[in-house]
Design a protein around this ligand. Structure first.
Ligand SMILES: [Zn+2]
Length: 235
C-alpha cells in the first residue's frame, strides 16, 4: 500500500476505534456478538486492518455514498445505506451499492452500543447520522463538521442542508460529542447553528463575496465562511 493510503487506528474508548486514512475516518464498534463498521475510506485492505482488532462478524453502515466513504465496501457482505442514497451511489461510483436499506429511527443494537439512525439530507439525499443516546455521542458523517463541507457536485441540496441543521439543533441536548468523518476527532455543537445561519444567508442572497476555493477544485466553486462554518459551493 502506498504511504498515503496507510491506516492509522486509534482506540477512542473501550470497544470503539477510529481507523483514519488520508483525512477520512472509519468508525469501528466491537459489540457483544458482532461489530459495526461505519464507512470504509479510500480503499485498501480495510478488512485486514479490522481483523487486527476483532474477529467478529461485521455489519457495515455507510453514512453516505461519496467515494471516500465507500471505496472498500465490497470487502463486506452485510452492508446498509439509506435508500435515498442508492441512485447517487450508482452515479458517483459506477457500480451497484449492494446494500440493504436502513431507515430513520432504525436501531442498531450491539449490546454495549445502541445507535439510532437519523436522516440528515443536504450534503447528499440519504446522509445519515448515528446517535448513541446513552453514551451521548453522535457520528455526523460529512454533515456535522468544523471542517469545510463539500456542497457542490452530484446530489447536494443547500436548502435541505439548512433544514437538517435545524433538525440537529433541536436534538442537541441528546448528545455531548460530535465525531465527524473528517478533520478533528470531535467537532463543537456550535457548528450546527453556524452552518444553519451560513446556509440561510447564502440562500437569501445576503452574504458578501465568498473566498476562492483551493486550486484543485472547479473554478466555479467558492468558499463561504461564517465562524467555524465553511461550505464549498457553486454560486
Ligand atoms: Zn461526503
Amino acid at each position: 500500500m502506498t504511504p498515503e493510503m496507510e491506516y492509522t487506528t486509534i482506540k477512542v474508548q473501550e470497544d470503539f476505534y477510529v481507523i483514519a486514512q488520508r483525512g477520512v475516518k472509519c468508525f469501528l464498534f466491537v459489540g457483544t456478538d458482532n461489530a459495526l463498521l461505519v464507512d470504509t475510506g479510500f480503499g485498501g485492505d480495510l478488512m485486514a486492518e479490522i481483523r487486527k482488532i476483532t474477529d467478529k462478524p461485521i455489519k457495515l453502515v455507510l453514512t453516505h455514498s461519496d467515494g471516500d466513504h465507500v471505496a472498500a465496501d465490497s470487502q463486506f457482505s452485510e452492508k446498509y445505506m439509506h435508500p435515498s442514497e442508492f441512485s447517487t451511489y450508482i452515479k458517483k461510483n459506477k457500480r451497484s451499492p449492494g446494500c440493504l436499506p436502513i431507515w430513520e429511527g432504525d436501531i442498531i443494537d450491539l449490546g454495549n452500543f445502541r445507535f439510532e439512525v437519523i436522516l440528515i439530507p443536504g450534503h447528499t439525499p440519504g446522509s445519515i447520522a448515528l446517535l448513541e443516546r446513552e453514551k451521548r455521542f453522535i457520528l455526523g458523517g460529512d454533515t456535522m463538521q468544523d471542517n469545510a463541507i463539500y456542497m457542490f457536485g452530484e446530489g447536494r441540496d443547500l436548502a435541505a442542508f439548512r433544514c437538517t441543521m435545524a433538525k440537529l439543533m433541536a436534538m442537541q441536548d441528546d448528545f455531548d460529542i460530535i465525531y465527524p468523518s473528517h478533520g478533528n476527532m470531535t467537532a463543537p455543537k456550535s457548528v450546527l447553528k453556524e452552518h444553519y445561519e451560513l446556509a440561510g444567508d447564502i440562500l437569501e442572497g445576503i452574504w458578501p463575496e465568498p473566498q476562492p476555493a483551493p486550486a484543485h477544485m472547479p473554478e466555479s466553486v467558492k468558499l463561504w465562511q461564517k465562524g467555524e462554518a465553511r461550505l464549498y459551493l457553486e454560486k
